[in-house]
Write a protein that binds this ligand. Structure first.
Ligand code: DC
Length: 228
């Protein structure tokens, strides 16, 4: 039986790694919805729709949304998803610090969320997907068969993210990364539209001290019991 698995949680919790690993085990499609909000943010940055103080030109961005075409394309070779913004591969660019700094402000806008949620629901029509984000179990798929809410301490998340960025050659500091994570947590949890929160029926996974293999083993047991 194919199901929808909704994975929500804080920034830099390893949601995408976890989502990808589970999808690979089950032969399911994985969708990283954060990448969609990041691509919309990159569009806003490139079109000067973000003010110097970080606020977003809401009306202009809302009016431009019909021109924003975001696609997640799976490479058969690598198994990785590429993110296309109006046909251009922006997979790497959406991970840069400039996008991370602005993404929470863009993703709190209702018209942006409506567009993304509609696209995400369409992707889940045939089930057999693992989708990660902030509002998947609460808004996008409130009836998902399995919901997991991930968390880890902010210090541990910052260390993980810092290592990833350094490995990519990005110049930053641990304190800067931790500041960005804490700021995004606060905006994600406090926004008016679809704030980050654990769905009542989601299972909590604190992976502060768990390896990815341990997390996958934990999830597969849960999935087996859900499908019984
Ligand atoms: O998962 P991520 O860190 O790449 O997500 C980037 C941002 O997008 C995050 O700060 C919050 C936002 N986001 C959201 O509001 N809703 C989602 N379903 C996914 C991400």
């Amino acid at each position: 039986m194919n199901i929808i698995i909704a994975i929500d949680g804080y920034s830099s919790c390893g949601k995408s790694t976890f989502t990808k690993a589970i999808a690979a085990k089950l032969g399911y499609t994985f969708i990283d919805t954060g990448a969609m909000y990041r691509a919309a943010t990159l569009y806003a940055m490139r079109h000067h729709l973000i003010n110097a103080d970080g606020s977003v030109k809401k009306e202009e961005l809302s009016a431009a949304l019909p021109l924003v075409n975001i696609k997640l394309v799976r490479s058969a070779q690598s198994g990785e998803n590429s993110v296309l913004l109006n046909g251009e591969d922006v997979t790497e660019e959406i991970r840069l610090a400039g996008v991370s700094d602005n993404v929470s402000r863009v993703s709190e806008l209702a018209p942006v969320r409506e567009l993304m949620v509609a696209q995400q629901r369409a992707m889940g029509q045939d089930k057999a997907i693992v989708m990660d984000g902030r509002d998947i179990g609460t808004v996008v798929f409130p009836h998902a068969e399995l919901k997991i809410f991930m968390t880890a301490s902010p210090e541990i998340r910052a260390q993980r993210r810092y290592k990833e960025l350094v490995a990519k050659g990005v110049e930053t500091s641990l304190s800067e990364v931790e500041r960005n994570i804490r700021q995004r947590d606060a905006i994600d949890e406090n926004r008016a539209v679809s704030p980050l929160r654990k769905a009542d029926d989601a299972v909590l996974l604190d992976n502060s001290y768990m390896s990815i293999d341990e997390q996958v083993e934990w999830a597969l047991k849960l999935i087996t019991s859900t499908q019984l």
